[in-house]
Write a protein that binds this ligand. Sequence first.
Ligand code: HEC
Ligand code: HEC
Length: 224
Amino acid sequence: MPAIISVLREKVCPRARRAGVPISHPSWRPSLLFVFALGALIGDTTGVAADADAGKNKAEACVACHGDDGISQTEDTPSLASQPDLFLQWQLVFFRSGARKNEVMGPIAEQLSNEDVRDLAAFFTSLKPSDSSAPKAPDDRPELTEAGKKAAADGRCAACHGDDYAGTKAVARIAGQHEEYLVKALHDYKSGLRSGGGVAAMAEVAYPLSEEDISALAHYLSRL
Ligand code: HEC
Ligand code: HEC
């Protein structure tokens, strides 16, 4: 079992361990077993290889909300473009199993086969993220941006999400994500509505965050 735990930690967040970020969680046992059962699906090498072209066709059911190019135009709907492949697969599996609760995504994910999950993830991960160098609307709250930058450094978000917050493996891209959605996601982890995979790293990260921290982090990250 200890070997399995370290493998999972490595998978969920290879840099956290090196950075000494505490990612153990008292309630890891059930979620670990659960994740392991699902791991069989995602790690399945006997199935058909993921096909981004097939994913593009299947994504016709998704783009009305998530945007043609995977960049959503709606504040409460996350952009999916360039999210790490594994992160996308996990979230669809979590919605499908009900481990991540959402009244919109739950029924959609229930219709997806394992092959659909792999193809859709292969497609969305292949799309370009929003252009961070494109001119942005002027920052209406520069003091919030500064506070968010500091909260991100204090919270060591980059240890897992990467220096440019582009995510890796099962860790989400958070740079350039919609501000309102980021606020909601952090609240969902803090309240326990969403626990995430593996060792529930985000529940532990979000729990101590104040409302001010959450607004500041979301404002800062959405403008990257
Ligand atoms: C009717 C609108 C709608 C449609 C259609 C839709 N989604 Fe979503 N999707 C959402 C919303 C809203 C959320 C945010 C859920 C939350 O707040 O937890 C979401 C979240 C997600 C997430 C999690 C992303 C993250 O950053 O955590 C993934 C992955 C996803 N959708 C994939 C898909 C795929 C694949 C399809 C098509 C098969 C699809 N969605 C169709 C509205 C939609
Ligand atoms: C120990 C590693 C770790 C640290 C540190 C960490 N994260 Fe995460 N984060 C993750 C993982 C893993 C996920 C995916 C969890 C899941 O499956 O829901 C995630 C998901 C998220 C999401 C959801 C994104 C989406 O599209 O749904 C947000 C927002 C987020 N993290 C913000 C932060 C912020 C802000 C910080 C710093 C205060 C931070 N994270 C620190 C590992 C980490």
